[in-house]
Write a protein that binds this ligand. Structure first.
Ligand SMILES: NC(=O)c1ccc[n+]([C@@H]2O[C@H](COP(=O)([O-])OP(=O)(O)OC[C@H]3O[C@@H](n4cnc5c(N)ncnc54)[C@H](O)[C@@H]3O)[C@@H](O)[C@H]2O)c1
Length: 441
């Protein structure tokens, strides 16, 4: 039995706040509404469709995850968020063009009722967005902006009568930044908020406001947001979970499936060239070199941590790894990602792998938003606070303790997530040792 406190039951309604109500957020919301009405299945959501084995294989206990841990029910979710464009969720979903009318029309009324609140936004951090029409007026103090967001949260909670809240950043990728002194601790950060420090990004103002209001915060974009010491300190102080960064979809999802397989067979890699074309608003934002830099850093780290070139220098010590993203409007949300992988095997003989993944980015990201919202809420009800490394499964660049490297291997992440759920519910962890089936009595 574990020392974990059992999670409190998921009573009442859960508000899911998404700063950023573009393609991913509206695909997530539309999907949940469609599933509630029985129009579609929640494909891609581990919390909704995944089973979890408990005990020995001979016990045949394999419940659905959502029956095993007390998660908020889809019927109990209320949606809200912020965006610098005032389009309601229906108009935003139509513009994003991810879902067919057959999915959006049946839930049009509910989507039209979801209107984003005006945003804390700065073109300094997200360029390439024109015609934004609802941005909170800045007084020069970020603390004022944070307080305005806190009032929004209060109002949302009262209007929708929600009992608990979680936030998942679905906003555009902010320009790349290295942490500065203002991010180093909470005191410096709060001073910086008051003084309007230029190194504090809008996403950090949202995260601060959410954590101060008791709202767990997960970050789906590659910007630092909660991945700074000041936020880790705030999360610890408020006893709240935080997680990030960058939803693991598309090409990186493929990479973290294929790389562990090649490594497990001790096949070497000389080069991995990844390029993709996409034409949605995310692609437009990423066309700006500063925003792309955030994404590039997040995407490049993945292979290094999976392949461990320092441990396997002769196999992975000399990889040429390149990642490119190209904005190509005709593709819309239908991304095409190419991977060209130069590998070598027995006696160094070269081989090649080519992957052409015709994926739909938001279709892959939407179930992640759902799972993160439900699991972050579960974490909060279970008294878990700080960095939730067990949710690495969902991220390209998982936030982790400073003294460890991030775990990027999808299969290890999956095992870790499930073992954390078993631990949470006082079940034995599964070690896959398997000797018990063969031991002589
Ligand atoms: N789609 C994927 O597979 C995927 C994968 C990993 C990460 N992401 C990240 O998720 C985020 C959302 O992706 P998307 O495809 O929905 O992009 P999108 O451009 O369709 O939506 C982002 C929305 O955020 C809004 N926004 C920008 N700054 C904001 C601010 N300060 N406050 C509130 N809203 C703000 C924009 O107006 C826009 O509507 C991006 O950062 C993207 O990089 C997406």
């Amino acid at each position: 039995m574990s020392d974990q406190t059992a999670p409190a039951p998921a009573e009442g309604k859960l508000g899911v706040l998404t700063p950023g109500m573009g393609a991913v957020a509206t695909t997530f919301i539309s999907g949940v509404l469609a599933v509630r009405k029985g129009f579609a299945a929640p494909t891609g959501s581990l919390t909704q469709m995944g089973h979890i084995r408990l005990g020995k294989r001979t016990e045949e206990r394999n419940p659905l995850i959502k029956d095993f841990v007390p998660l908020a029910a889809l019927d109990d979710l209320e949606f809200g968020g912020w965006d610098p464009y005032s389009d309601d969720a229906y108009a935003a979903a139509m513009k994003a063009g991810v879902l067919d009318a057959r999915h959006v029309e049946g839930i049009g009324e509910e989507l039209r009722a979801i209107r984003p609140m005006s945003a804390v936004f700065s073109p300094r951090w997200v360029r390439n967005l024109d015609g934004v029409d609802q941005v909170k007026e800045s007084t020069g103090s970020h603390m004022d902006s944070a307080e305005a967001l806190m009032e929004d949260i209060d109002r949302f909670q009262a209007d929708k009568q929600v009992d608990r809240l979680v936030a998942v950043w679905c906003g555009s990728t902010e320009a790349y930044e290295e942490p500065t002194e203002v991010h180093a601790d909470l005191q410096a950060f709060e001073r910086g908020l008051k003084e309007g420090d230029e190194a504090i990004t809008p996403s950090q103002i949202y995260a601060y406001a959410c954590l101060k209001m008791g709202v767990p915060f997960a970050n789906g974009a590659p910007n630092l947001t909660v991945d700074i010491p000041a936020m880790v300190e705030l999360a610890a102080q408020e006893r709240l979970p935080i997680a990030g960064k960058d939803f693991k979809t598309g090409q990186t999802l493929m990479k973290t499936m294929v790389a562990p397989g090649l490594k497990s067979r001790m096949l070497g890699i000389n080069g991995w060239f990844s390029t993709n074309i996409l034409g949605n608003r995310d692609g437009e934002v990423l066309d700006d070199p500063e925003s792309f830099r955030s994404k590039e850093v997040s995407k490049l780290g993945v292979l290094e941590h999976i392949l461990q070139p320092d441990v396997y220098p002769e196999l992975y010590g000399d990889i040429y790894h390149k990642v490119r993203i190209n904005y190509y409007p005709p593709k819309g949300d239908d991304k095409e990602g190419w991977d060209h992988i130069d590998i070598f095997g027995w006696l160094g003989y070269p081989m090649q792998i080519k992957i052409d993944f015709l994926c739909k980015d938001s279709i892959l990201a939407a179930p992640i938003v759902l799972d993160l919202a439900l699991l972050m809420d579960l974490a909060a009800r279970s008294g878990k606070s700080g960095i939730q490394e067990w949710l690495s499964f969902y991220f390209k660049s998982p936030q982790h303790a400073p003294e460890v490297y991030p775990e990027n291997d999808l299969f290890i992440q999956h095992t870790k997530l499930k073992n954390n759920l078993r631990h949470l519910m006082g079940e034995d962890l599964i070690t896959h040792l398997g000797t018990e089936y063969y031991d002589e009595a």
